[in-house]
Design a protein around this ligand. Structure first.
Ligand code: IMP
Ligand code: MG
Length: 178
């Protein structure tokens, strides 16, 4: 095991099986869709997007967006670091996320995409941490629901490191409590 990781929370095999399961469900749910666009939020969603998209047996396009949310004077606001390369109007957008925590980022991104005229906007998140939710928001498809652990690996980072670990692990507490 990696020296910064306390324990393995979700094995690589479990993740890949989950991608198959989610992919099947998404294929079924979107089979009537004329224009499906997967929108990955950078950078954490990259491995999940890679595995999930191969399990969706439909015509689709893939786009990425990089945003950061911050507390504005009245509400949380979103800053676009990298925007989508093509318009979303009239498309069925499925946002692909690594983990939903407070939900703030996702809520803002969903509104932004709706305001741009998407036909529908849904979310698939590999991991959900409902305990930390600060806004009303639920992903439409969830891979794994966990507690309050800080997780790394399979795209998830600790100060940009550990994204390349194959499994999802819990970061050792003494790493961030030092
Ligand atoms: P939120 O839902 O707006 O709080 O933000 C979710 C984002 O915070 C995710 O997309 C991750 O980038 C990051 N994040 C939340 N929890 C974790 C974690 O346990 N490990 C690594 N990144 C996390
Ligand atoms: Mg993220």
């Amino acid at each position: 095991m990696h020296k910064y990781i306390e324990k393995v929370l979700i094995e690589e095999k479990q993740i890949l099986d989950k991608c198959e399961e989610l992919g099947k469900q998404i294929t079924e749910d979107y089979k009537g869709s004329k224009d499906l666009m997967l929108v990955g939020l950078l950078k954490g969603s990259i491995p999940f997007m890679g595995d999930l998209m191969k399990c969706i047996n439909l015509e689709l396009t893939v786009e990425y967006m990089d945003v950061s949310s911050y507390e504005g004077t009245v509400n949380s606001e979103v800053k676009i670091i990298k925007d989508l390369d093509s318009p979303v109007s009239g498309k069925d957008v499925l946002i692909v996320e690594d983990v939903v925590d407070t939900g703030k980022t996702l809520k803002l991104v969903m509104k932004l995409i709706k305001d741009r005229g998407a036909k529908s906007v849904k979310v698939v998140s590999l991991v959900d941490k409902p305990i930390n939710r600060k806004v009303e928001l639920n992903a439409d498809y969830v891979g794994f629901t966990i507690g309050n652990d800080f997780i790394v690996g399979y795209g998830l980072d600790y100060f940009e490191y550990l994204r390349n670990i194959r499994y999802i692990g819990v970061l050792k507490r003494d790493i961030y409590e030092k």
